[in-house]
Design a protein around this ligand. Structure first.
Ligand SMILES: [Zn+2]
Length: 250
């Protein structure tokens, strides 16, 4: 019985180890999420800034053509001014020349402002491009590290599965059946009893059951959680120790 209990505990440990490694492996891909999220954000910003800069460039070209047209109009107005035959025509042409000049000056000032802003935007864009590039490289490096880490963990998992299978073979089929049913229902099947309390569900065991466990002869079942319960001394004590030598603690 003692050997079966040891085998059951070994199986429980081996199962826990396999589950732990599987959980780590399942969580590995999400390790890249923060860098990916940052990269997505930066790329979106970069895209928006590029689009804005393109719009500005279009606006600048339109504005330059408009200034060219205004210069033509100014030339016409000046021609009219020099061809004016009387004071009325002269005044009208003069007003037109002034008007065109002001319009051109205004447009040129605006163009200058926008052009300067565009130079700044282009510099920012350049800096952000570099950030994105650095982040992309970081992600690639992280991906390579993750592939390696995953391969490592897969190796550990394979070893843990071999150990688990060996542990399963060490348990008698009837106990294995009980163990599997309890594991599926309760998460784990075997729980120690400490000071008369089942460590699986933290219920104080009935005194009779505790007395039976104190004899260190059998594996019993917890009335509340149905887990297989045992005294730690049952595992630790040498097989030859007589039950009377193991002082009950509860
Ligand atoms: Zn219990």
């Amino acid at each position: 019985m003692r050997e079966q209990l040891k085998a059951l505990l070994e199986l429980q440990n081996a199962d826990a180890k396999v589950r732990e490694i599987e959980k780590i492996i399942a969580g590995l891909p999400s390790k890249l999420d923060p860098v990916r999220r940052d990269l997505d954000k930066l790329e979106a910003l970069l895209g928006a800034e590029r689009a804005k800069l393109k719009d500005t460039e279009t606006w600048r070209k339109d504005h330059l053509s408009a200034i060219e047209r205004e210069n033509d109009h100014l030339k016409n107005a000046k021609n009219k001014l020099s061809a004016s035959k009387n004071g009325k025509e002269f005044n009208a042409a003069n007003r037109e020349v002034d008007h065109k000049r002001k319009s051109i000056t205004d447009r040129e000032a605006e163009l200058k402002k926008i052009s300067e802003a565009a130079v700044n935007s282009a510099a920012q864009l350049e800096a952000r491009s570099k950030d994105v590039e650095a982040l992309r490289e970081q992600l690639l490096g992280n991906q390579a590290a993750l592939v390696e880490e995953t391969a490592n963990m897969q190796e550990k998992l394979a070893a843990a599965v071999v150990a688990r299978d060996a542990a399963r073979n060490g348990v008698e089929p009837s106990w294995r059946k009980t163990y599997d049913a309890l594991s599926a229902k309760r998460g784990y099947a075997v729980a120690p009893v400490v000071k008369g309390t089942c460590q699986g569900c933290h219920m104080a065991l009935p005194p009779q059951l505790n007395n039976i466990l104190a004899r260190l002869e059998s594996i019993e079942t917890c009335p509340r959680c149905s887990r297989l319960v045992y005294r730690q001394e049952f595992v630790d004590a040498p097989a030859a120790v007589a039950p009377t030598d193991a002082a009950p603690t509860a």
